[in-house]
Design a protein around this ligand. Structure first.
Ligand code: AVI
Length: 318
């Protein structure tokens, strides 16, 4: 029977979409569950921890690159735009852009209202004179921005190479939705992780402290907690593989022995070696990044990378 679970003192009701995706994903061949379900409260905490592990280069590389690049972005964009961030802006990256861009307003968009309000409050302390207008909503769809910024030119911000967690077609849809939300003549500053040697990529997604493994395996714990699952988590291991043909790191949960379990009273079996595919993290060449942006209705006008060419920040125009 599905029952509410307690998380940090709050009652969490089972999400019907989570249940439907998990049951469908475990019934398909090969098995796959959408990456968005990795991010429950515990998963979000573990992702924050990942950004600090020595092998996970993207966050610190992009943050250093932003420090260097944002003054140049401000020169091109001009001051007084409304900075519209796709995501709640809880990271250290947002203040770097806000300081350099001297925006007329800051509009963070996020589906999680709690996250959004907490990060907006923190930014209000740092930028007391900046009008901050949080918008709670799903930015995968075109979204109405507050009337107060209707006539202000926009600078979109989408750091973290989060677009890499999407298929190319979903990424194009997202870029088009962003274009519609921001309007013609807007700019977008987007972070995109570069294709690089497997010897760098795999440890970044399978760190020696096991934080990424815990992040991936938390999905099985979440299923057990929220969907009355009986998955023997100890019979699974985290696996990160580089798929060269599709230029992406894939995360899988591999059964290390034959297993049989139920989720929400539905029986499943997996043979030793069989995996559940849980995430893709696409990496881009300079060309594939530009192609994706073009397909999404954006024209790249400037591009910056770190000295090792590991991560790119691209400024594009609608
Ligand atoms: C959120 N996203 C950009 C991360 C990435 O690098 O693809 C998610 C992640 N998965 C494992 N490690 C980090």
């Amino acid at each position: 029977m599905l029952k509410p679970e307690i998380e940090d003192g709050e009652t969490v009701l089972p999400d019907p979409a989570f249940r439907a995706d998990v049951l469908a994903g475990l019934a398909t061949e090969p098995k796959a569950i959408q990456a968005r379900w990795l991010y429950d409260h515990r998963g979000s905490e573990l992702f924050e921890d990942i950004t600090d592990v020595p092998e996970y280069y993207p966050t610190r590389t992009e943050t250093a690159l932003l420090r260097e690049t944002c003054p140049k972005v401000a020169e091109i964009a001009g001051k007084g735009r409304a900075v519209v961030e796709f995501g709640s802006g809880s990271s250290a990256k947002t203040p770097i852009l806000l300081e350099a861009a001297e925006p007329a307003a800051y509009v963070p968009i996020d589906i999680s209202g709690d996250f959004l309000r907490a990060s907006a409050d923190a930014l209000r302390d740092t930028f007391p004179a900046l009008p901050i207008h949080p918008v709670e909503g799903n930015f995968l769809q075109p979204i109405a921005l507050p009337d107060s910024v209707a006539d202000t030119p926009k600078l979109g911000f989408f750091p973290g190479s989060t677009i890499g967690n999407m298929t190319a077609s979903a990424g194009v849809d997202l870029l088009r939705a962003m274009r519609t939300s921001l309007g013609e003549g807007s700019l977008l500053l987007i972070g995109m992780d570069r294709v690089k040697d497997e010897s760098v990529l795999i440890p970044a997604y399978d760190d020696s402290a096991g934080v990424t493994a815990a992040f991936n395996l938390n999905l099985l714990h979440r299923i057990n907690r929220e969907l009355d699952g009986h998955i023997p988590v100890d019979s699974f291991r985290h696996k990160a593989v580089w798929n060269d043909g599709l230029a992406r790191v894939e995360m899988h949960l591999e059964a290390i022995e034959d297993v049989a379990f139920t989720v929400a009273d539905t029986p499943f079996t997996m043979a030793a070696g069989e995996t559940i595919h849980t995430e893709n993290s696409h990496k881009y060449t300079p060309r594939s990044a530009r192609l994706l942006l073009n397909a999404g209705g954006w024209t790249p006008i400037a591009e910056w990378t770190d000295p090792k060419d590991w991560f790119a920040l691209i400024l594009a125009e609608a």
